[in-house]
Design a protein around this ligand. Sequence first.
Ligand code: GLN
Length: 462
Amino acid sequence: LDAISKADGTVNSFITVDGEQALAQARAIDARIASSGVEGLGPLAGVPLAIKDNICTAGTRTTAGSQILRDYVPNFDATAVAKLRSGGAVLVGKTNMDEFGMGSSTENSSYKPTRNPWDPERVPGGSSGGSAAAVAARECAAALGSDTGGSIRQPAHFCGIVGLKPTYGRVSRYGLISYASSLDCIGPMAHTVEDAALLLNAIAGADSHDATSSAHPAPDFTAGLLPASALASRPLAGKRIGLVAETLGEGVAGPINDTVRAAARHLEALGATVEEVHLPTFGLGLPAYYVLALSEASSNLSRYDGVRYGARAPGAADMGSLYTVSRGEGLGGEVKRRILMGAYALSAGYYDAYYKRAQQVRTLIQREMEGALGSFDALLTPTAPSPAYRLGEKSADPLAMYKGDLMTVNVNLAGLPAVVLPAGFMAAPEGGPGAPQLPIGIQLVGRPFAEGPLLALAHAFE
Ligand code: GLN
């Protein structure tokens, strides 16, 4: 809590810090240790964690970054949160985010922008920018984020931490405030691959509250992480890694290209075989993602009408204006833009041209990626075309912001697991004397439900 009060005046990672509750949780663990020792306590007992503010926490305000949920205090925990609590984790607060997860810089939060701990003039990425910044600024040991099209991975890249998007269905979405239900995933953001694996251990598994959660058995995700002794000589011998040609070259910052190629050589030095692989439909993912995500969002967000859900605007004359004024006041500009676009894509006469076509593209991308993963253990790509950019640099240009998601959205369309991990630094592209050094994260995409082997690979690289 001291670390938060020291850092958060600048970084703004948190929407809500729940000091009293955190101290009560910590004291309960202390009392438990005083009475019966550490025997039987899990690895997360007493560990301070932060939770993205679109994941419900009983008794602690949960806003999803939106004014329409400014007074929402859930009376239940999301399954992932309940599991962390029962593992003894200390939940210190709720982190800032783009409203409903819609954005890539956390500037679409209706509360405040979060700043990148490496350079406070820059964004931390988004939409889980608060969680990424809180981890990077050491305001917590690790955090939960959510990833619909890159929102765990891109901020992990911008802030120099590890971010894991699990396979779709691996972690229950119960209590995650929906953006696009067929793409949304909860996942860990941490300093190390091992920490991410420990968090995944705690939150993974089937849940009767979420019909899309998978019955696939959840193994111990730390089991495959090799000890330092085994890492010494070619621990990745026999592993095949595909370097996705379409994600490198034009449009990608030079030092990011270089870092990914250096990472490929490092993986080779560890014993892996790295080969270029072509995914011809790769570039279709971004437009398909924005049609599908916005279509689902327009439907999901219809519940915020001031009656069923969301703050009700006072003084409305009739039912119609109650809806329109509540939504008009409660939802931000980017959210409205997306609801409009999604409703348009779903409307009669346009459905076949947009939504249906995007679904067809989704199937193509899924087949192509799974096909490539038939002959490779993992695919290697950059996480985003650029490092952290300056606050305000892209906020007036939504298309430029959307384009930054090119390398992450296909993974969600295909439902695959992917991890981003720190791989280097670059000088800020604006250059000049005193240009800050900015982190670069590489992305490794794995086979469905193979988070264990994927994390083992990442751990060997790290
Ligand atoms: N930046 C992407 C979007 O705005 C992804 C966001 C996310 O994963 N929640 O849709």
